[in-house]
Design a protein around this ligand. Structure first.
Ligand SMILES: [Zn+2]
Ligand SMILES: [Zn+2]
Length: 243
């Protein structure tokens, strides 16, 4: 069998597979049901964008770009500098879209969701980062989902800034944070979960750390801490919403 024959067979099979999938699970807007798009332009325009960013630690003080307020700074100076939150988790459409993206594995939602991220920071005064790092998944979790949702968002965001996915590595499989209620246990759960593989690419850099949703903040805190230990100058986080 020639390679080109195999290639053609694969193409035909994948076209059939796609047609079957489209028949079983037709793509329709999660907001209004319109065919062929996961979030149509009309529904996308209804997604709220947060204009007043708050200190991610105390959640009380309004701060520029969601930087940590001076009172909370003492506790987090070895971790992130701030968290910029694009939209509200309680928004029905956004919540549904995030659910489909993460748990129904609709990878294509990375596009409208990244667009929301882009729109949210469009008029912000966030420092232009030197590099973008998505929160990594453990390889076991990656195999389960088939893609890294944070990484997809970072790439679709298309800021013309390098997205680096092989420096910050998740080396330990952990129980999903969302399932853990106790704060100390959550932090403990992440001990030694991340490593920086090549610190030379991090030293002195302004980093934008991207994740889909901030739940307890423990994951972002730990990732940012590890990046700071490796020599990062600043670490600002960008998420779709805060749960
Ligand atoms: Zn719609
Ligand atoms: Zn604060």
């Amino acid at each position: 069998m020639t390679t080109s024959f195999l290639h053609k067979t694969k193409l035909v099979l994948s076209t059939i597979q796609q047609a079957v999938l489209d028949g079983l699970f037709p793509i329709c807007c999660l907001g209004c049901g319109k065919f062929d798009e996961w979030i149509c332009a009309n529904c996308h325009s209804t997604l709220p964008i947060i204009t007043d960013q708050h200190c991610p630690v105390c959640k009380k003080h309004i701060t520029s770009n969601g930087i940590v307020c001076p009172q909370c700074h003492k506790t987090t100076r070895k971790s992130f500098d701030g968290v910029f939150v694009a939209s509200y988790y309680h928004d029905k459409l956004l919540k549904k879209a995030i659910h489909y993206y993460k748990y129904r594995f609709v990878e294509d939602l990375s596009e409208p969701l990244a667009l929301l991220l882009a729109q949210s920071i469009q008029n912000s005064t966030l420092v232009t980062p030197d590099i973008i790092i998505p929160v990594p998944l453990h390889k076991r979790r990656y195999r389960w989902r088939g893609f890294n949702q944070a990484s997809k968002l970072a790439k679709k965001l298309d800021l013309q800034i390098s997205v680096i996915t092989d420096i910050l590595i998740r080396v330990r499989y952990t129980v999903p944070q969302v399932k853990m209620k106790n704060k100390n246990k959550r932090q403990e759960n992440l001990n030694n979960a991340f490593i920086v593989k090549d610190a030379s690419q991090i030293v002195g850099k302004n980093i934008l750390l991207i994740d889909d949703v901030m739940t307890t903040g423990a994951t972002l805190t730990e990732c940012a801490r590890v990046l700071k230990v490796a020599g990062a100058k600043t670490v600002h986080c960008l998420v779709l919403a805060r749960e």
